[in-house]
Design a protein around this ligand. Structure first.
Ligand code: AMP
Length: 359
């Protein structure tokens, strides 16, 4: 069976690495000649909305999936008449617009921060009446890793926020003084079978995920699973879905979802029986889902911008290294490592040593 992946970055690369033992073949579509998944698959080097390239993928592949949200929805809608595409395009359309996404959460009774649409400077001026102080202004589209956001603390900040972000469709959100950020990785197969990984507790640095810890039997597990389940069922979802949440005074507020494998689930490669990558492939190929049970205690550290020395990482006990083969550049995700240990205390000690290696 051949799987087509739109996008040839590290998520595609890890999907491919998970699929080889199952005997799967892959085609990736990516305009970058040096896309990091390109050397592992048949590479169609063309823009994401290239009609001929998409048609070739439809012809060659049994199923098509995508590794990021800003793919051409129109291109995929055309393709859908000729081949199977998972996750569903409705999930893609909802998740790539922060306002639509928050409205979907609201319809499904999934709590969120207070939010409003901001379409003009006067909407921005009125925002604190609904949102209070401080509040965040975010672009509805193309925001990731904290980009396209402005924290408005005082009336004087509004002018700058408008100068920087005005002209884009915007959303305003109350600032949540959360105690922690968590995410849940869920997976659903075509026949409706579902599985959930343990919660991941996530620490960000400069808006980018820094450390994700697997939290088996977390007190918020049932609530997070319930919210993810509502989304999976409503969207008649197939594949892996990630839902990011804030915990504040014992409540969970949904921040955003990603209709794909997710950085906060990378620890599942070594830290669970079957990884999010293999389970995504199983789901979209309508194969039995694998066990999501954790294996020991696990956490993941992202390598951002620069890589530590390979030998230094490999010297650490219980550490599994993933370098993506990407050129180092500030702010770019160039690799990660999973740390595993037999107890929570041992895990923290190993994490401490690994973090000390980061440049
Ligand atoms: P996002 O691009 O929405 O995932 O936001 C990036 C990061 O900004 C999140 O991981 C949070 O740490 C922070 N953030 C986003 N929205 C809020 C909010 N409403 N209140 C407080 N922090 C937020």
């Amino acid at each position: 069976m051949r799987v087509g992946i739109i996008g040839g970055g590290q998520l595609a690369r890890m999907l491919i690495l998970a699929g080889y033992p199952l005997g799967l073949d892959f085609t990736v579509l990516d305009p970058a000649r040096d896309a990091c998944a390109a050397s592992l698959a048949d590479h169609i080097c063309a823009p994401y909305d290239d009609r001929d390239a998409l048609a070739r993928m439809a012809e060659d592949c049994d199923v098509i999936t995508y590794e990021f949200e800003n793919v051409s929805l129109e291109g995929l809608e055309r393709l859908q008449q000729r081949t199977r595409i998972h996750p569903p395009l409705q999930a893609l359309a909802e998740s790539r617009d922060r306002l639509r996404e928050k409205n979907l959460f609201r319809r499904l009774d999934i709590p969120t921060a207070k939010f409003i649409a901001i379409d003009s400077e006067s909407d921005l001026r009125e925002a604190p009446k609904t949102l209070g102080w401080p509040f965040l202004v975010k672009t509805r589209r193309f925001g990731y890793d904290g980009k396209g956001q402005f924290l408005v603390r005082t009336a004087a900040d509004m002018e700058r926020a408008w100068r920087e972000l005005g002209g884009n469709p915007l959303i305003g959100e109350s600032f949540i003084p959360f105690q922690r950020e968590v995410s849940i990785i869920a997976v659903r197969r075509r026949n409706g079978d579902m599985a959930f990984y343990p919660l991941s507790e996530n620490v960000h640095r400069d808006g980018i995920l820094h450390v994700a810890r697997c939290r088996p039997r977390d007190s918020q597990t049932a609530r997070a699973e319930d919210y993810a389940c509502r989304l999976l069922e409503h969207l008649d979802y197939v594949g892996v879905l990630a839902l990011e949440l804030f915990e504040v005074h014992g409540r969970l507020l949904a921040n955003e979802m990603a209709p794909r494998v997710h950085n906060s689930g990378h620890w599942t490669i070594e830290g669970s029986e079957i990884s999010q990558f293999e389970n995504h492939l199983r789901a979209i190929l309508d194969l039995p889902l694998g066990d999501t049970e954790p294996v020991g205690h696990a956490a993941m550290v992202n390598f951002i911008g620069v890589l530590p020395t390979l030998a230094d990482v490999l010297e650490q006990p219980g550490v599994h290294c993933h370098f993506y083969g990407k050129v180092e550049r500030p702010g770019r995700k160039v690799g990660h490592a999973t740390v595993r240990a037999s107890s929570a205390t041992a895990l923290e000690a190993r994490l401490h040593h690994l973090l000390a290696l980061l440049p």
